[in-house]
Ligand binder design. Structure first.
Ligand SMILES: NC(=O)c1ccc[n+]([C@@H]2O[C@H](COP(=O)([O-])OP(=O)(O)OC[C@H]3O[C@@H](n4cnc5c(N)ncnc54)[C@H](OP(=O)(O)O)[C@@H]3O)[C@@H](O)[C@H]2O)c1
Length: 303
């Protein structure tokens, strides 16, 4: 366990950070802390008005730009318009257990937003990223499976939690494969991941499923959950701590629900290099966004 708090984030003058979903919850706290430490922080949000409201609660150099991860044309427009170097990309935005919904490109909403949108954004920005890509996963990845026969829930009955868990497992497989590719390409950039435990944010209020929502709220007000400020600490840790590539940070307390951040384990499925490689290839096909550097050796699984 570490004693890491927001005050341990070093000064970040001259650094540029992009935080997706920064108008709310963990992303808003992450953006607020990094801006207060002197970074130029870009709130990448689907609703600029909400972004401006969030920016008004922050001090420092904060900008708002539109990014709808559920629409690849919006992801491409964001990447085309934002031509500056990016030191830190924080893939934080997410949706959890909505009714079956499709993105503008026809993907299941959770897979499309939580994984494919961030996959495309990262690859499009990668030539300009200088330091680190942090992707926010979840404890839910542990019950996730990548269903290559039905990634977008077009054949089998839709189960919202299963689709969420798949998307959060995809976040970790993405991080692992991205790190392998960066290392093989000789890049100094690293990829890390984090999860907030159980944090009282809008995510827990956003689903239409009463039973799950009630249970989550009960947990949130009880002993298992933590504030959104504390929920952002694993993300901040994964963003600035001296950790190796493919590190995964989460809370240190009971069932990783709350507590100071530390490096945590992941499921066996999240460590499967073959699945990570296959998911990467499918994600490139689905989004048309590809890893920018040739790195054939990175595509080989560890024997
Ligand atoms: N809270 C928890 O206990 C918990 C646990 C495990 C993992 N997580 C993960 O933590 C991350 C942050 O969630 P949170 O708890 O802070 O929830 P939150 O308060 O609901 O924040 C989610 C953010 O994602 C944004 N977003 C959703 N769809 C988007 C899209 N298509 N394009 C761009 N932005 C979009 C939301 O924007 P709008 O405000 O416009 O909807 C919001 O800013 C997520 O990846 C989530 O899976 C949270």
């Amino acid at each position: 366990m570490t004693t890491f708090t927001a005050s341990d984030v070093p000064p970040l003058p001259g650094r540029t950070v992009v935080v997706t979903g920064a108008n709310s919850g963990i992303g808003r706290v992450t953006a607020r802390v990094l801006a207060a430490k002197g970074a130029r922080v870009v709130l990448a949000v689907r609703d600029p008005e909400k972004g401006r409201e969030a920016a008004a609660t922050m001090t420092g150099h904060v900008e708002v730009r539109r990014l709808d991860l559920a629409d690849l044309s919006s992801v491409r427009a964001f990447a085309d318009d934002f031509t500056d170097p990016v030191d830190l990309l924080i893939n934080n935005a997410g949706v959890m257990i909505p009714p079956l919904t499709r993105t503008a490109d026809g993907f299941e909403l959770q897979f499309g937003t939580n994984h494919l949108g961030h996959f495309a954004l990262t690859n499009l920005l990668l030539p300009r990223i200088r330091d680190r890509v942090v992707t926010v996963s979840s404890n839910a990845h542990k019950v996730g499976t990548i269903d290559f026969d039905d990634l977008n829930r077009e054949r089998k009955p839709y189960r919202a939690m299963s689709a969420y868990a798949q998307s959060k497992l995809a976040n970790l497989l993405f991080t692992a494969e991205l790190q392998r590719r960066l290392a093989a390409a000789g890049s100094p950039v690293i990829a890390t991941a984090a999860h907030p435990g159980l944090a009282t944010t809008n995510l827990l209020k956003s689903d239409g499923r009463r039973r799950v929502r009630d249970l989550a709220q009960k947990a949130a007000t009880g002993l298992l959950a933590q504030s959104e400020d504390d929920g952002a600490l694993p993300t901040l840790y994964a963003a600035v701590a001296d950790v190796p590539g493919d590190s995964y940070a989460g809370p240190s307390g009971f069932l990783e629900g709350r507590g100071a951040p530390k490096l945590v384990g992941r499921s066996a499925k999240a460590r499967d290099a073959g699945t990570a490689r296959r998911l990467w290839a499918v994600s490139e096909e689905l989004t048309g966004a590809v890893f920018p550097w040739p790195s054939p050796q990175a595509a080989q699984p560890t024997p």
